[in-house]
Structure formats: C-alpha cells, structure tokens
Design a protein around this ligand. Sequence first.
Ligand SMILES: [Zn+2]
Length: 95
Amino acid sequence: MVLKTMKALVYHGPGKISLDDVPIPTIKKPTDVILKVTLSAICGSDIHITEGHTTVEYPKIVGHEFCGEVVEIGTEVSKLAVGDKVAVSCSSRIY
Ligand SMILES: [Zn+2]
C-alpha cells in the first residue's frame, strides 16, 4: 500500500519548524470533516509555539486559522457537504 501524503508545517521543538510530508488525514469519527486548505494565516499562537514559549508536544502540525473546501464528511455530519467552502478559526462556531 502506498501511503498518500500532503505538505504540512511541522513544529519539531523550539526554533525548529519545517515543511514536511505527512499522511493525508482520514475520517476517524462520524463527526469528522476533512478540508483541503486553500488559504491559511499565521497566528500569534503559532509564533509562540515555534519560539518555545508554550508546552506543546512535538512533532506537531501547526496552524489553526484557515479557509478550505470540504472534501469528505463523517456519517453524522449534517450541516456541511462535500464542496462547501468554509473558514476555520479557533473562535468560530457553526450555527
Ligand atoms: Zn490563533
């Protein structure tokens, strides 16, 4: 089996961050949604993480504010559909 990968910004410890090949995510729970990220932003939290000012375990994929397109949904997801364009923020909610 060939493992499919994608690029992700990965934190490897204070001052160590790189663009790595990581496994493409899969639906694990019925409430999961998988997006293809089309735009992203760098948050102050990401800077604090990369400078080692937080207690984040590593390696860790950073980034939590982005836009994307829904490419797969779990069986219990009812408010989103494949093809929907969405924005994700650490402070957003789905109504
Ligand atoms: Zn943030």
